[in-house]
Write a protein that binds this ligand. Structure first.
Ligand code: ASP
Ligand code: MG
Length: 418
C-alpha cells in the first residue's frame, strides 16, 4: 500500500477537496492511507481561538465563528443537499470544541492549545471523507488518535513507536482507502489530544508509512516538486528529479524548505521513497527522495536567508578566543533566541551569522560589548550553495559586498551585503 498526504493548501476550498478526489481517481491507487491537514490556514485560526480563550480579554466565540463559517462555506459548496449527514457530523465537532472551552479548567497553555487546534484536522478529514464517499470513492475515516500514541509533551509530542506500531497493526487495513488526520496524536495515560509540532502532517505520513511498511509516501503540493532554488529569489530554477535522503537532510539543515529531517528519518530507516508531486498535474513524476544518487540532475542548489546579522567578536585584551569565551557567546545567543546559521573562528576573532527573527539585537549587543570587542553588520544575506561551481559564485557576488566566505566539502556559504 501507499501513503498520500494532502496539506492545508491542497484542501483550502471546495475546489481543492474536489481535486483530492480527482487525484485519487487519476492515480487509480486502491490501497491507500491518506493523511489530511487542516484546511487552508485553519490551524492559525484556531491559534487565535487559543489566544482569545486564555487571555480572557477577547471573545473566543468570535474566532470560533470564523472557523465555522470557513468550513460551512466549503460544506455548502460540496454538498448542495443541506440534509446530508455530514452537516450533522461536522456540527458535532463544532459542539465538542465549544464544550471543551466551556468545561475546561486548565490554564496550561500547551495542553489547551492541543485540545483546541486539533479540531482543524478533525473537521477537515470529516469533510474530505464524506465528499469522497459522495463521489463513490469508498473510504474509512480513522481517528489518528487511536493510532499515534505519544508522551504528554503538548505541542511537540514524542511518538511512542512501540505502542504506535501495535495500534497501527491492529487498526489499519492494508486494503482499501483510509482517511486520517495529520499532525495529531494522543497521550497514552488519558487519551488527551497531542500535536507533533506545526507542519507535522508530513511526519504523520512518515510514521504510518514506517509502521505499515508502505511502498512509498507522496506529498501533494502546489509546486511541481522540489526545486534547486526558491523561485521567489531566483529567475531560473530546475526541478530535481531525484535527491538522496542524505542530500535532502543537508538541504533542510541549511534552510531549504524541502522535507523536514524528522519526516525523512523513519523513511530512510526502511528505505521507503518519498515523492513530492503536484496536485495540479498528478501524473507528472515530481521529485523522488530516496536511496542512491545524490542529485539528479546534478545541479547546484541555492538557499538564501535574508535579514541576517553578522557579528564578529575579539577579546578586549587581544587574547585568543577560547572555549570559555565561546561558551558565553552561545549562552547569550540562546538567551536572545538568535538562531546561529554559521560560525567562523580564527585565533583572535569569532564570527557568527545569526537570524534576527525576534528583534533582539540591541540587548544581545549590549551583553556582548561587556565582554568583547564587537563589530557587526545588520541586514545581510546568507547564501548557501551546495555543489557550487566558481562561475555561479561569481555571478552571485556581482554587485554585492562579500563579508565572509566559508567553504566545506560540497557546501559554500557566503555572507553578503546586497
Ligand atoms: N495543520 C498543521 C499546521 O498547519 C499541520 C500541517 O499542516 O502539517 O501546522
Ligand atoms: Mg497546515
Amino acid at each position: 500500500m501507499k501513503v498520500f498526504k494532502f496539506g492545508g493548501a491542497s484542501v483550502k476550498d471546495a475546489a481543492g477537496v474536489k481535486n483530492v478526489a480527482s487525484v485519487l481517481q487519476k492515480t487509480g491507487e486502491k490501497d491507500l492511507l491518506v493523511v489530511v491537514s487542516a484546511m487552508g490556514k485553519m490551524t492559525n485560526q484556531l491559534e487565535k481561538v487559543v489566544d482569545a480563550y486564555l487571555s480572557e480579554t477577547q471573545s473566543a466565540a468570535e474566532s470560533i465563528q470564523e472557523f465555522k463559517e470557513y468550513h460551512n462555506c466549503i460544506l455548502n459548496d460540496l454538498f448542495p443537499n443541506s440534509s446530508h449527514p455530514v452537516f450533522n457530523e461536522v456540527g458535532k465537532r463544532y459542539q465538542s470544541l465549544s464544550n471543551f472551552l466551556e468545561h475546561n479548567n486548565s490554564k496550561n497553555r500547551p495542553f489547551v492549545y492541543d485540545q483546541i487546534v486539533g479540531y482543524g484536522e478533525l473537521v477537515s478529514t470529516q469533510i474530505v471523507s464524506a465528499y469522497l464517499s459522495e463521489v463513490h470513492i469508498e473510504n474509512t475515516l480513522l481517528d489518528v488518535r487511536s493510532c499515534i500514541e505519544t508522551d504528554s509533551n503538548y505541542r511537540d509530542a514524542k511518538v511512542d513507536w512501540e505502542a504506535t506500531q501495535e495500534h497501527i497493526s491492529a487498526k489499519v487495513s492494508a486494503k482499501g482507502i483510509t482517511i486520517t488526520q495529520g499532525f495529531l496524536g494522543a497521550e497514552g495515560a488519558n487519551n488527551f489530544t497531542t500535536t507533533l509540532g506545526r507542519e507535522g502532517s508530513d511526519y504523520t505520513a512518515a510514521i504510518f508509512a514506517y509502521c505499515l511498511n508502505a511502498e512509498s509516501v507522496t506529498i501533494w503540493k502546489d509546486v511541481p516538486g522540489v526545486l534547486n532554488a526558491d523561485p521567489r529569489y531566483f529567475s531560473k530554477t530546475t526541478l530535481l528529479n531525484k535527491i538522496s535522503y542524505r542530500e535532502a537532510i543537508e538541504l533542510a539543515f541549511y534552510g531549504a524548505s524541502v522535507i523536514h529531517p524528522k519526516t525523512l528519518q523513519p523513511l530512510q530507516r526502511k528505505e521507503i521513497p518519498l515523492f513530492v508531486k503536484s496536485f495540479v498535474n498528478p501524473l507528472d513524476p515530481g521529485t523522488c527522495v530516496g536511496k542512491g544518487v545524490t542529485l539528479d540532475p546534478m545541479v547546484s542548489c541555492f538557499i538564501l536567508k535574508k535579514n541576517q546579522v553578522l557579528i564578529s567578536l575579539s577579546s578586549l585584551d587581544f587574547n585568543f578566543m577560547m572555549e570559555h569565551h565561546i561558551g558565553d557567546v552561545f549562552k547569550w545567543l540562546h538567551t536572545y533566541k538568535m538562531k546561529v546559521e554559521l560560525i567562523q573562528n580564527s585565533a583572535i576573532s569569532f564570527s557568527v551569522c545569526v537570524d534576527n527573527k525576534y528583534d533582539n539585537l540591541a540587548p544581545l549587543l549590549a551583553k556582548l560589548r561587556s565582554a568583547f570587542k564587537v563589530s557587526w553588520n545588520e541586514n545581510v544575506t546568507l547564501y548557501t550553495i551546495r555543489h557550487a561551481d566558481s562561475k555561479q559564485i561569481k555571478a552571485i557576488l556581482k554587485d554585492k559586498t562579500l563579508l565572509l566566505k566559508q567553504e566545506s566539502r560540497g557546501t559554500v556559504q557566503l555572507v553578503v551585503k546586497e
